[in-house]
Design a protein around this ligand. Structure first.
Ligand code: CA
Length: 225
């Protein structure tokens, strides 16, 4: 799915309708705050990101996305078009850049290339016991089926499963799931860990989250000897 983050209603609706009409599955968000949750919920293959959003800067969002280990291509839309702006964008981890106003045909051409490249470059899924982790899509599958849950719990599961049972320090988990600039407390992490534990107890009893004091958090799978 293509995720479009754009607060301008005219651009947002024409791009989302236009891409949908050409057969691209697309979701349009008007605010940046929902981007990471959507990506962590899985199935996002390409992100189209507006630079100036009412609740933040597209470049900061792109940095957060990369810090969380998401590698899908990001196309930045922006009215600012100087060389410095473009270089700053690439530094933040964007792959391509389209200045406004743009011709719709050019957007479609670039998105098509990015979607194809995303498919080719996607790293092989990581397996861990009953789980398969597709980091490019931000997706965790259990015996091939999607495990749905609250977005932060899903992001935790993704990070822990990708490390295949290795201990992850609590601060690293907080930085990758909530972002380095977040001021969330240990308590918030514990709440999300309990949500994840409850979900696993219901639908994936072979998996458990183990927290070791002073060392970190790990995912254990009883199918692995
Ligand atoms: Ca804007």
């Amino acid at each position: 799915m293509i995720l479009l983050v754009e607060d301008d209603v005219a651009i947002g609706s024409s791009v989302s309708q236009g891409l949908a009409a050409r057969g691209f599955p697309i979701r349009w968000l008007r605010r940046g705050a929902e981007l990471l949750d959507q990506v962590n919920a899985g199935e996002v293959s390409v992100v189209i990101l507006d630079l100036g959003l009412p609740d933040g800067d597209g470049l900061d969002l792109c940095r957060q996305l990369r810090a969380q280990g998401h590698h899908m291509p990001v196309l930045m839309l922006t009215a600012r078009g100087t060389l410095d702006d473009r270089l700053e964008g690439f530094e933040a981890g964007t792959d391509d850049y389209l200045p406004k106003p743009f011709a719709f045909a050019e957007l479609v051409a670039r998105i098509t290339v990015m979607a194809r490249r995303a498919q080719q470059l996607a790293p092989a899924p990581i397996s861990f016991g009953s789980l398969s982790v597709d980091q490019a899509k931000g997706q965790v599958l259990r015996h091939g089926e999607k495990l749905t849950m609250e977005p932060k719990a899903h992001a935790l599961l993704l990070q822990l499963a990708a490390r295949r049972g290795a201990l992850m320090p609590r601060q690293t988990l907080i930085d990758t799931v909530w972002g380095e600039d977040s001021s969330i407390t240990d308590n918030t992490l514990d709440v999300s860990i309990s949500i994840l534990r409850r979900r696993l107890a219901q639908s994936a009893p072979e998996l458990a989250v183990r927290a070791i004091k002073g060392q970190g958090v790990q995912l254990v799978c009883s199918l692995i000897p």
